[in-house]
Write a protein that binds this ligand. Structure first.
Ligand SMILES: [Zn+2]
Length: 148
């Protein structure tokens, strides 16, 4: 057996794949709104997440932008019961720094058929899942240039 066949892929790095985007107008003020989505893969490995970011110009501080992330198993032989949704809110604070918070997913995944379950904030915070989630989200922010 050659060295190459036993070498392990680097699972510490993630790659973002931008997939689609759409535009619209906010129902409350008519401002332009934007929705972008994509997938996160382990470098040289399987997919780990799908995500959607939705925001409206002028609403970045309040109510903020929605970041929906679906985590779990992907690919052949998997179905929505292998995955779950986590909802985050991105806010631009007055001093310009971004803040990101996990919120109860509630109805945020009603239109997203990729995940059978969605999690509440208490299901995520303080668990190993939170660590995985934030390293994935960090990758999305660093690699998806369509955000803000
Ligand atoms: Zn509005």
């Amino acid at each position: 057996m050659s060295e190459g066949m036993t070498a392990k892929a680097d699972f510490t790095a993630f790659e973002v794949e931008a997939i689609g985007e759409s535009g619209g107008h906010c129902e409350c003020c008519g401002n332009e709104s934007r929705r972008v989505w994509g997938m996160v893969h382990q470098a040289g490995g399987p997919s780990v997440a799908a995500y959607w970011m939705h925001w409206t110009v002028g609403h970045l501080s309040e109510p903020g932008a929605n970041l929906d992330v679906v985590l779990g198993k992907w690919g052949d032989g998997t179905d929505p019961s292998d995955r779950f949704g986590v909802a985050l809110v991105h806010r631009q604070l007055e001093d310009g720094t971004p803040s990101l918070m996990v919120v109860d997913a509630a109805d945020r995944f009603a239109d997203i058929e990729l995940a059978a379950t969605s999690l509440a904030r208490r299901d995520v915070m303080g668990t190993p899942l939170a660590e995985q989630l934030f390293s994935i989200v960090d990758t999305i922010y660093r690699q998806d240039r369509r955000f803000f």
